[in-house]
Write a protein that binds this ligand. Structure first.
Ligand code: NAP
Length: 238
């Protein structure tokens, strides 16, 4: 039997993991919820880089590595591609297509944190939906700005920043209320491609609020690439 190691990180990964029987392994970094009701083995925590992962693949007798991590989790994807190559097994990836700007959108791509700070200068009340990275920069917030930062867990902000803890999926009406209540004049987002977090883009479009989009990182090429769960599951069965 082929033994699969599935690297999780996006919602779709869990849908794949639910279809894997005993003997296969679903691997999580350990920052989110760990499902307790799967037939496959769930492994939590890192491997110690590409070399550690390659060692694990060999020791656990893994014959197929499937990468279903987040499109911005580039490190684990590069580790996975290189570890699979090192032990000579196929490396498949489940990759979400990026969101595409629509008529009425004002999206501005930024390369990195300095580029983002520069692009933010004309604005006063940004909503950050990038995860926790902005927390490292709270002391650099200019006096004319007030940041709203949404992360998985709430935590203390400061006089110029409030941190809201919330997990998707987000409802359109709730997003509308959030933008209105806080007078959001710019949205800061990754291009995750997830339907669960897409309503904020619709609200930005409705309110003509610009969106600063952090550029997607380069990911390694995979032996097979899938864009939806069904196609991947069919190929696994095949
Ligand atoms: P990252 O920079 O690519 O990875 C950092 C380290 O975390 C990896 O080198 C690896 O440690 C460990 N790791 C990551 N995914 C793992 C997995 N599925 N199983 C076991 N170990 C894993 O990733 P990140 O951006 O910190 O994200 C961490 C996790 O959260 C990822 O699984 C990602 O899919 C998920 N996530 C990320 C984002 C995001 O915006 N970055 C958003 C939603 C979910 P070792 O080197 O020790 O093996």
């Amino acid at each position: 039997m082929k033994r699969i190691l599935l690297l999780g990180g996006i919602t779709e990964a869990l849908a794949v993991a639910r279809q894997l029987g005993p003997g296969h392994v679903y691997s999580l970094a350990g920052i989110g919820r760990v499902p307790q009701d799967l037939a496959c083995t769930v492994r939590v925590g890192g491997y110690g880089g590409a070399e550690g992962l390659a060692t694990y693949l060999g020791e656990a007798g893994i014959s197929l590595l499937i990468d279903a991590t987040h499109p911005y989790a580039a490190q684990i994807s590069h580790n996975a591609a290189s570890a699979a190559r090192a032990v000579g097994i196929p490396y498949w990836a489940l990759r979400r297509p990026a969101w595409q700007a629509q008529a009425g959108d004002d999206w501005r791509e930024v390369e990195d944190w300095p580029g983002l700070i520069e692009a933010l200068k004309p604005f006063r009340r940004p909503l950050f939906t990038l995860g926790r990275e902005p927390l490292q920069h709270l002391e650099e917030i200019p006096p004319e700005q007030f940041w709203t930062l949404r992360a998985l867990e709430a935590c203390p902000g400061n006089a110029r920043c409030e941190v809201i803890g919330a997990r998707g999926p987000f409802r359109l009406d709730d997003e509308r209320a959030l933008f209105a209540r806080r007078g959001i004049d710019v949205l800061v987002s990754k291009n995750s491609g997830s339907a669960a977090t897409e309503p904020k883009l619709e609200v930005a479009r409705e309110r003509r609020v610009p969106v600063l989009v952090l550029k997607r990182p380069e990911l390694p090429s995979a032996d097979r690439e899938f864009h939806d769960v069904q196609a991947l599951l069919e190929r696994i069965c095949h």
